[in-house]
Design a binder for this molecule. Structure first.
Ligand code: F3S
Length: 395
């Protein structure tokens, strides 16, 4: 790989130990993937923030990097293992909280904006079309590549941190024009009229059918930002897809002409079957929405649905803290909290250590169905937001 003089100096240690280590990671990655050079990035999003995933080895690595590392570009974090302010309310142990705070402190020391969310594009980390970035969280990667038209590979925690500390990433994969072309046409012949859950089901159907190929999806007449958010999470979870194109909706027009002959059809029956597959129709002791983290519109809708009512089940609303702050100004947060539902800021039902605490979860997110089953061994009930609220209100 060709390095500039500045990059060679960084690799030799001129910028300090954290920069040296970071350049080592990036150069090794670039050589594995055949990158010819490094390119500048404008934004980073780091996953692997929950102490539940990092453990003591991960914490030690971060503390080491924080001794002299400072980020060079806007960098935000993926959800942590707890609400950083109200962790007691969500039943997190003091031992876990102490370790989680050390993780966050290490990132803060490096200049990372310690807003922990999988929807950085809602809180100001929102790159524009064509920008090279280094993001980690799979739903955010799919959203940024596909909906925003920015360019990122799916980074691991260490390679995203390395990009943040150097402002660089190796030029391979989805940073290059040739690798962003659609590989299969997916024709959707379904109504897609049940808000969010149909798009979650569509992500599962397409992911199951084409795995991580890049699809050009036709037949979708309209899609809200929330629907694209949930679709991004689902297709990335079930197929490993980091980029998709939807004809007439997503911005990467060049790809639309490059899709070769393979054609896949998604029918109404496929969507209905996927919804059934994700729904065990079981007893529920946790209701959770906000995977990926809720938008302000979702919070507003939830406030309308919960106004003047009392939930009888544990109810988590996962959201970025800045969005909750706006919800407080608008009075939505008070309405939601008065109902007994709890905000889970900075975290979510998947990364928080809740295995064993619940047995059945109702959600409107196809991604959280996948992880509730595989990580936490919960039964799942997959319904839209209105029905999730109805379930929460029942004794
Ligand atoms: Fe976000 Fe957690 Fe879902 S990180 S995408 S809310 S699994």
């Amino acid at each position: 790989m060709k390095l500039t003089r500045e990059e060679r100096e960084m690799l030799a240690g001129k910028g300090g130990n954290a920069v040296k280590k970071s350049m080592g990671i990036l150069v090794a990655l670039g050589e594995i993937y055949g990158a010819e050079k490094l390119i500048d990035v404008t934004s980073v999003q780091i996953a692997g923030v929950s102490y539940d995933n990092l453990g003591d080895a991960g914490l030690e690595f971060l503390a080491e990097m924080a001794k002299d590392g400072k980020v060079k570009v806007l960098t935000t974090l993926n959800p942590a293992g707890m609400d950083l302010e109200n962790w007691q309310q969500l039943g997190i142990s003091p031992e876990f909280a102490e370790k989680q705070k050390l993780v966050i402190e290490a990132f803060r020391k490096m200049g990372v904006v310690t807003t922990c969310t999988c929807t950085p594009y809602f809180i100001g980390n929102s790159p524009h079309f064509g920008e090279h970035i280094a993001w980690s969280e799979s739903s955010a990667v799919a959203f940024s590549n596909s909906v925003l038209g920015a360019r990122t590979n799916r980074e691991g925690g260490p390679s995203a941190l390395a990009a943040a500390l150097t402002g660089k990433t190796p030029a391979y994969g989805l940073h290059l024009d040739n690798n962003r072309k659609a590989e299969v046409v997916v024709e959707v012949k379904a109504e897609m009229d049940e808000e969010l859950v149909d798009f979650g089901a569509l992500g599962k159907v397409i992911g199951d059918k084409i795995k991580n190929k890049i699809p050009l999806i036709t037949g979708i007449k309209k899609a809200s930002v929330d629907e694209l958010k949930t679709f991004s999470a689902s297709i990335a979870t079930y197929g490993g897809t980091a980029l998709y194109h939807i004809e007439g909706i997503t911005p990467d027009k060049t790809s639309a002409t490059n899709a070769p002959g393979t054609r896949v059809v998604v029918s109404q029956e496929d969507i209905e079957r996927a919804k059934k597959e994700m729904d065990d129709d079981s007893e529920v002791d946790l209701v959770s929405v906000g995977c990926p983290h809720c938008s302000l519109q979702e919070i507003q809708k939830l406030a309308e649905l919960l106004a003047g009512k009392k939930v009888k089940k544990e109810f988590w609303v996962c959201v970025a803290r800045p969005i909750k702050k706006i919800a407080e100004q608008m009075g939505y947060a008070k309405t939601i909290e008065d109902s007994g539902a709890k905000f889970a800021c900075d975290t979510c039902m998947v990364v928080a250590p809740i295995k064993g605490r619940f047995t059945g979860m109702a959600t409107n997110s196809a991604k959280s169905v996948y992880y509730a089953r595989s990580k936490n061994q919960f039964k799942t009930v997959y319904r839209n937001m209105e029905k999730c609220v109805e379930i929460a209100l029942k004794g």
